[in-house]
Ligand binder design. Structure first.
Ligand code: UDP
Ligand code: MG
Length: 327
């Protein structure tokens, strides 16, 4: 089978109500671009009728394919699986909730045909998110820009088009703590942004609570920066320096004025303070070790339980050092 021009990868988790409206808007756009397209859904362990809806859509449209994970592995892993299974010369990643207007794909493809390897959607505003989430997101990206090893373009998310060579590069990155936004930047290539307006979610609600977002933020920072570890050294050095200076002061005072015993409260406070700092940094180190542990176990990234649009595939996600399954 010759490979299609365009693959659309859509991670879905409990999106049963969104499948039909999404396809209704997406398909005309794709038809207008090329009939040589495929749509690859990755059902990330949905507990509703998502997979049944996709299977139904496949009946009338064989260009729709789907993989179903054996459980919820998270959006980042779903994207990785989608890229593993997409065969197009270009691959577009898009959310299922119609927050990413499918019409923008036209511009993505235009830019790609002009020779850009990666075309990313840039949100012009995030008003679809609440003010607190927007503020926290902003802070995270500021932090990342200052301390991460690769800068992230502002407003860029997962909505994007990648040329085949970018996808192949992305597939070589087998890490578990997948901060995909960082990986896009890390692989490089000729990239350009296309502004788009984030719409409101059609049905259901966002699956990203603050807990999950915090995990994700730390995954991002720890995959692309060792700053938290270096912070321990810097603060440790600073405190040692202050302690040394204070030691000299005490020595001088004792020599001049003799010794008196008070000082119990300050002793208590400083012991509490420094044990606190030590525990915090032990925690940081623990986070890194936990992630190293997760990586060295070399488990497959994902497990596929069902497929629609039958192509024989490796059911286990590949790892960087093992041969990727042939497409
Ligand atoms: N998603 C997924 N697995 C998850 C959470 C989300 O595949 O564990 C999918 C979800 O179905 C949607 C996309 O990722 O297509 C974006 O999720 P969501 O709309 O909840 O995130 P937000 O838009 O709030 O960032
Ligand atoms: Mg959404």
């Amino acid at each position: 089978m010759s490979s299609p021009e365009l693959s659309i990868v859509i991670p879905v988790f409990n999106e049963g109500l969104n499948i039909v409206p999404l396809l209704a808007r997406l398909k005309p756009v794709l038809e207008g671009i090329t009939p040589q397209f495929e749509i690859v859904f990755v059902d990330d362990g949905s507990r509703d009728n998502t997979f049944a809806e996709i299977a139904k859509a496949h009946e009338s449209e064989p260009r729709i394919h789907a993989l179903r994970f054996s459980r919820n592995f998270g959006k980042e892993i779903a994207l990785a699986a989608g890229m593993d299974h997409a065969r197009g010369k270009a691959v577009v990643l898009i959310d299922a909730d119609l927050q990413h207007p499918p019409e923008t794909i036209r511009t993505f493809v235009e830019k790609w045909r002009e020779g850009w390897d990666m075309v990313y959607g840039q949100r012009v505003d995030r008003s679809a998110d609440g003010p607190l989430r927007r503020w926290l997101t902003q802070k995270f990206y500021d932090l990342f820009r200052r301390f991460g090893e690769t800068p992230l373009p502002p407003g860029a998310g997962d909505y994007r088009l990648m040329d085949r060579k970018v996808v192949d590069a992305m597939r070589r990155l087998g890490e578990r703590a997948r901060f995909t936004k960082g990986l896009y930047a890390w692989v490089g290539f000729k990239s350009i942004g296309v502004p788009f307006e984030v719409a409101d979610r059609l049905h259901g609600e966002s699956k990203w609570g603050y807990g999950k977002l915090t995990r994700f933020a730390f995954d991002g920072l720890s995959s692309f920066s060792t700053l938290p570890l270096k912070l321990a050294t810097v603060i440790g050095l600073f405190i040692s320096f202050v302690a040394f200076a204070y030691g000299l002061v005490i020595l001088g005072r004792t020599l001049w004025f003799g010794n008196d015993v008070p000082g119990y409260p300050s002793l208590f406070v400083s012991i509490m303070f420094f044990s606190g700092i030590q525990l915090v940094f032990l925690g940081f180190i623990g986070e890194y070790i936990g992630r190293i542990f997760a990586e060295v176990k070399r488990r497959p990234l994902y497990i596929i339980s069902d497929e629609v649009g039958g192509r024989q595939h490796n059911r286990l996600g590949p790892r960087d050092d093992r041969a990727s399954p042939p497409l």
